[in-house]
Design a binder for this molecule. Structure first.
Ligand SMILES: [Zn+2]
Length: 514
């Protein structure tokens, strides 16, 4: 009885207390909007109230109106769509930012236009800096011949250029660049690469695959100022697209230094979680950095590795040979020689409390990584580590269940289904292609997805990714085992969940909001 009285008294006090503190007025209210909340219980809403930098309420117009105070700024959205900020689970943020200011050649439709754009870029490039980027595509030219140094030498004078083809497997250098790199007619080809040569043995300027390194090694690393500039450009671009948090894969520590300076200046408007190369895991572990360590805007504590190559270069590591190149099953990465080396490093990284993400594109590389994650989980137990396989592009049917069982996240870039996906079937054959870009199948097997773009490999705009993920692809690359039954698509609501999810641990998200 006494207890009941005490409880009752407390409830009255609590009620009085609530009355004593009226609801604070919102800083901002956005009303009359079509809001998708990405909360299954309450998927739709009309208005949102914000205090400072926090959303305090989402609901109907009258509900949110109660947050209105004398100082509240009110935006009438006029019925337009309002979405939570997007998270890009895999990108290269500073490289993406740098590319925004590089020469754009993808849509240069003639060699003359190609040279004209390079000339314009060279004329505004400070002395000592290079003209880079480009992503040209000579197949769009009336006579699709590879460009040569003779095309660009007259318009670039002292400025070195090294502009890449859109697939990253070839690049064009001018004579200045080759001179700086010490490359001439006597330079031998390198394993895995080709220096294109004219009739008299002189390099034409085109460097293929591993030969590109001959020129790249002559390019000075970005200065701190250049990194800051690139990061600022990337932040602007991300904000313009509604991307509010990102995971930067394989940053250099110098990139983190640029973010850190911007965080200090209050300029970071995108939340960044940096995942440096797994071979350097000790760099983070030795100073006590663990998963999701840092501030609300800048975190460290993850590592990123590579298990194999790519489909485009036929270096994705497959169980069976490529359909269009019998005898070639792709390649494991250097860091996977042997796979036990990768396992040992990741085992230690996990023990140190670091999160692990590994690039694996071919079915066999994916399978080996699942073996390794299984061994780590057996040794250390499951503690919401959030292992992620990056790309997880071409799956063996038997491995979908293992993803779910081992709690491995499939970190995918749906845009690839509408670029590489156009020719993937030719390379893989019909059967294997059915288990490619298979987000729908991952979901059907209870696997957690995280969507991203790999920017600048694909555009940062998440709307393009949403389009690609939800498209009912005419070809088999529809992201589903159920191709042919007309249920390839995943729903818009589902896509938005996977595009706003962060791959931090749950506990850390809670801590952040507390
Ligand atoms: Zn990447």
């Amino acid at each position: 009885m006494k207890y009941a009285f005490a409880l009752c008294f407390l409830m009255i006090m609590a009620a009085l207390d609530a009355n004593a503190q009226p609801k604070p007025g919102a800083t901002l209210i956005i009303t009359n909007a079509a809001i998708y909340t990405v909360d299954n219980e309450h998927p739709r809403a009309e208005a949102v109230a914000v205090i400072g930098d926090r959303i305090v309420a989402v609901g109907s117009k009258p509900e949110i109106d109660s947050w209105r105070g004398p100082q509240t700024e009110v935006i009438d959205a006029g019925g337009k769509l309002l979405l939570p900020g997007f998270n890009d689970a895999h990108l290269h943020f500073i490289q993406g930012g740098a590319q925004l200011d590089q020469v754009a050649l993808t849509d240069a439709s003639t060699p003359q236009e190609f040279a004209k754009r390079i000339a314009a870029q060279a004329s505004k490039t400070p002395k000592g800096e290079w003209v880079l980027g480009g992503r040209w595509d000579e197949t769009k030219w009336p006579d699709p011949q590879l460009p040569t140094r003779q095309l660009v030498d007259p318009v670039t004078r002292d400025t070195p250029i090294f502009v890449e083809r859109y697939d990253g497997h070839q690049a064009l250098a001018n004579s200045v660049a080759m001179k700086l790199a010490g490359v001439n007619a006597k330079t031998p080809d390198v394993p895995g690469g080709v220096i294109m040569r004219d009739g008299s043995g002189n390099p034409t300027g085109i460097f293929k695959d591993a030969a590109q390194e001959l020129i790249y090694k002559a390019i000075p690393p970005m200065s701190h100022e250049q990194r800051l500039l690139a990061a600022r450009r990337a932040l602007e671009h991300a904000a313009s697209l509604g991307v509010t948090s990102v995971q930067h894969m394989n940053p250099e520590f110098a990139d983190v230094a640029a973010y850190s300076e911007l965080a200090e200046k209050g300029e970071l408007k995108t939340r960044i979680y940096a995942a440096p190369m797994e071979t350097n895991w000790q760099e983070q572990a030795k100073i006590g950095i663990r998963h999701a360590w840092g501030s609300r805007y800048l975190r460290l504590g993850a590592v990123k590795g590579y298990a194999d190559g790519s489909l485009g270069s036929r270096t994705a590591y497959m169980f069976e040979p490529f359909a269009d190149e019998p005898g070639n099953r792709g390649l494991l990465s250097d860091e996977m020689h042997p796979p036990s080396g990768m396992r040992d490093r990741l085992m230690q990284a996990d023990a140190a409390g670091l999160q692990i993400r590994v690039h694996a594109i071919g079915d066999r590389a994916i399978s080996i990584m699942l073996d390794i994650f299984g061994e780590i989980e057996k040794e250390h137990g499951y503690h919401d580590q959030r292992f992620a396989i990056e790309h997880a592009q071409h799956m063996a049917l038997k491995d979908f269940d293992r993803f779910a069982k081992l709690h491995v996240i499939a970190s995918m870039q749906p845009y690839h289904a509408i670029d590489d996906g156009r020719w993937a079937e030719k390379r893989l054959g019909h059967d294997r292609a059915r288990y490619s870009y298979a987000w729908r199948s991952f979901l059907d097997h209870g696997v957690t997805l995280a969507f991203g773009t790999d920017w600048p490999v694909a555009p940062l705009n998440p709307m393009l990714g949403l389009y690609a993920a939800g498209k009912n692809h005419a070809s088999r690359s529809c992201g589903s085992l159920y191709h042919g039954l007309g249920i390839c698509r995943i729903s818009g609501a589902r896509e938005r969940i996977d595009y706003t999810r962060q791959t931090r641990r749950h506990g850390d998200t809670k801590r952040q909001h507390s």
